[in-house]
Design a protein around this ligand. Structure first.
Ligand SMILES: [Fe+2]
Ligand SMILES: [Fe+2]
Length: 244
């Protein structure tokens, strides 16, 4: 059953464990005057996610559903949520908008780089982060409490606890190398540079624990260690086909 943890004042992590998967899956609820979901998780787990969200807020009150990128674990349950929350609108990047419009049959709210959405007492700021790791990616930061909703950045393996202040950056890098999630360091560094002036105190990871404590090792690891390109298991080391 999905678990619910308050990770900052009025911000909830809803975590789903699928036992055969190497990571767990979280989505986040900003419970404010305009309740906002960040991610939905898969459609297949909608029933348990719905119960978890309803333990905090009436689904009908949800006004926005942020889609960090178009992928099953990020937004597979979007149509289920839109059906249950008739006042809600999907929020996505310009590149993601055609997929979201086609998937839902509804117009999303298309967000610009640096745009802010006030949810009531809290404020979400959005950054377009193409190819981190999908071409349509965006990230959101809740500015009043310094919470970064990092989607697939700062991922950690396993089904660990809700929070950690440990340094798991090496496990993060190892997982990225094995699964080949990130295409290029250039895109990651551009995203980090775009967000460098933010006072981020908590990283709300879509896979793994919520990161508190010293975040410097994580930033340093993703800036300095190249885990991009093809995964180790699929790296090409054959002959140069152009020589044949
Ligand atoms: Fe993803
Ligand atoms: Fe993911």
């Amino acid at each position: 059953m999905a678990t619910v943890t308050e990770i900052a004042s009025g911000v909830y992590r809803i975590n789903v464990v699928l036992p055969d998967r190497p990571v767990s899956y979280s989505l986040f609820l900003v419970d404010d005057a305009s309740p906002t979901l960040i991610e939905t998780s898969f459609s297949a787990v909608f029933d348990e996610v719905k119960m978890a969200v309803e333990s905090v807020v009436d689904l009908k009150k949800i006004e926005r559903i942020v889609v960090p990128h178009f992928e099953g674990d990020e937004c597979g349950g979007l149509n289920d949520f839109l059906a249950a929350a008739p006042n809600a609108v999907a929020v996505c990047s310009p590149i993601g908008s055609s997929s979201i419009r086609d998937f839902t049959g509804k117009d999303p709210l298309v967000i610009a780089d640096g745009e802010e959405l006030v949810t009531g007492s809290k404020k979400l700021k959005f950054f377009l982060t193409p190819y981190v790791h999908a071409w349509d990616s965006l990230l959101a930061v809740e500015e009043t409490q310094g919470t970064l909703f990092s989607s697939d950045l700062f991922i950690q393996p396993g089904h660990g606890k809700a929070f950690t202040d440990e340094d798991l950056s090496e496990q993060m890098v190892d997982l990225y190398k094995r699964i080949g999630l990130m295409p290029s360091m250039g895109h990651i560094r551009a995203a980090l540079a775009n967000m460098k002036d933010l006072d981020i105190r908590t990283i709300a990871c879509h896979h793994g624990s919520v990161l508190t404590g010293n975040l410097e090792p994580y930033y340093r690891a993703i800036w300095e260690q190249d885990f991009t390109g093809l995964p180790e298991t699929a790296a090409y080391s054959g002959p140069n086909l152009m020589d044949e």
